[in-house]
Design a protein around this ligand. Structure first.
Ligand SMILES: [Zn+2]
Length: 444
């Protein structure tokens, strides 16, 4: 077999990896490079494929054409519903005569995204139940694929297993090892252990935080952080606005519960929030849906914002804009462009971390500057990550015991950190641990 690092090995984002066996290719993920499209999502008219390629937002999948692999692609397997893993599919999936597979939530989100932007793709979209499997009929073989429960910062995230005649390939992008998740199941360690016993030929693994000596805390810690901010500061007379990742359904559940506990009506405002929450609702994964108001359409939003503004202490607003994205709800509030105004002592809670790219850091900093002019109180970084640290990576490699480790999801520094750890654990560089870069491949 050959594993091709198509994209996402020189940067964080636009993830795509290709597994080639004989006459067949199976793709893992097709994501966007998010720093390239800050604010683009909020535009009414979205760019074309050509426009997105010009922005550098899509995976470098022209590589597959150059290497005569395009017509061999039999399936696109999507690990989870984050845009850096699924977001490029509306733009490039048509190139492949391949079905698209993923968890029910991931596939529902893909459909919601296509609807929202009026895009269509010819590919069949097939939801696979969590811990379920499917047979992909290739030209050379039939490949059983499994979508195994994994914890991350969106629901129904999976580790993908592909059974090939040459052994099992595991794709673990993205993961954290959360044994006490706030919503959804803990990682399916049992199945991973079983696969390990059957023999895993290669593990392609998220090394975003491989340089960080830590175990990433559970989502229950994020719940504690939020509780601390919401229940131990005096906010009785203040407006409360929380912004978090729209895909973080577990976090949204926590925020909704706390809002109710504070005797406030919880209102979600923002386009990407609507997309993710509706997708979760459609697959029965939004238990808070009847306890919140979801303001989707412009008129609806204007009306409810006026109402909130007249009585801010009775509401908890959840909105988009934690990265300061131009056109997001928080961005427009900070520019005084919406009926909802912020004023002295309102609480603005960022249940998020600023993505460490220059554009995000700049937009976020400018957002905070504008907000501070209104003398609001800002609580930043009320958050824990969805990516495992170095010690999680050690546990995962130990559990799976693969023959080969392929670090992914980052630039050389991150991939090298993952490789160093593997070497520390007894792997040999360039023999059983392979650091790839975009456009490189390895034969195993
Ligand atoms: Zn992710």
């Amino acid at each position: 077999m050959k594993i091709h690092a198509v994209s996402g090995y020189n940067e964080v984002g636009k993830n795509m990896t290709a597994l080639e066996i004989d006459e067949d290719v199976i793709l893992f993920d097709s994501g966007l490079f998010l720093p390239a499209i800050v604010g683009v999502e909020e535009r009414e008219k979205i760019p074309t494929e050509k426009g997105m390629r010009a922005l550098g937002a899509l995976p470098d999948d022209i590589y597959l054409e150059k290497h005569n692999l395009r017509n061999k692609v039999r399936a696109i397997l999507v690990s989870h519903a984050h845009l850096d893993h699924v977001g490029a599919i509306p733009y490039n999936a048509y190139r492949y005569n391949a079905e698209i597979l993923g968890s029910p939530f991931t596939m529902e989100f893909l459909k919601t995204m296509l609807q929202d932007s009026n895009q269509t793709i010819p590919n069949k979209i097939i939801p696979i139940n969590m811990n379920g499997s499917y047979n992909i009929r290739g030209k050379s073989n039939t490949y059983k694929v499994e979508f195994i429960s994994m914890t991350h910062s969106t629901i129904q995230s999976t580790v993908i297993a592909v059974h090939t005649p040459e052994g099992i390939v595991l794709y673990a992008n993205d993961y954290k090892l959360d044994n006490t998740p706030v919503f959804g199941d803990p990682p399916n360690y049992r199945r991973l252990k079983e696969l390990s016993k059957m023999g895993v030929k290669a593990l392609i693994v998220d090394c975003l935080y491989a340089p960080d000596d830590r175990k990433t805390p559970s989502e229950k810690i994020a719940k504690g952080l939020l509780e601390d901010v919401l229940f131990t500061t005096d906010n009785r007379k203040s407006g409360i606005i929380v912004s978090t990742f729209s895909s973080h359904i577990a976090r949204l559940k926590t925020i909704s519960e706390f809002g109710r506990k504070l005797n406030r009506e919880v209102v979600f405002i923002g386009r990407s929030l609507s997309k993710y929450v509706n997708a979760a609702k459609n697959v029965g994964q939004a238990p808070f849906i009847n306890q919140i108001k979801l303001a989707t359409y412009r008129k609806q939003r204007e009306k409810i914002m006026k109402k909130i503004n007249a009585n801010k202490k009775d509401y908890l607003v959840v909105c988009t804009g934690h990265q300061g994205e131009p056109g997001s709800v928080l961005d427009r509030i900070s520019r005084n462009q919406l009926p909802l105004k912020v004023s002295k002592d309102d609480h603005i809670i960022f249940s998020s971390k600023t993505i460490p790219s220059p554009i995000n850091q700049l937009t976020k900093e400018q957002l905070e500057k504008r907000l501070k002019k209104f003398h609001v109180r800002i609580f930043d970084n009320v958050h824990v990550s969805g990516h495992g640290g170095r010690e999680d990576l050690r546990d995962l490699i130990k559990l799976i015991n693969p023959k080969n480790v392929i670090p992914s999801h980052g630039d050389l520094k991150k991939l090298n950190a993952g490789a160093d750890l593997a070497v520390e654990m007894g792997y040999t560089m360039n023999k059983s641990v392979h650091v790839l870069s975009n456009g490189r491949s390895i034969s195993l």
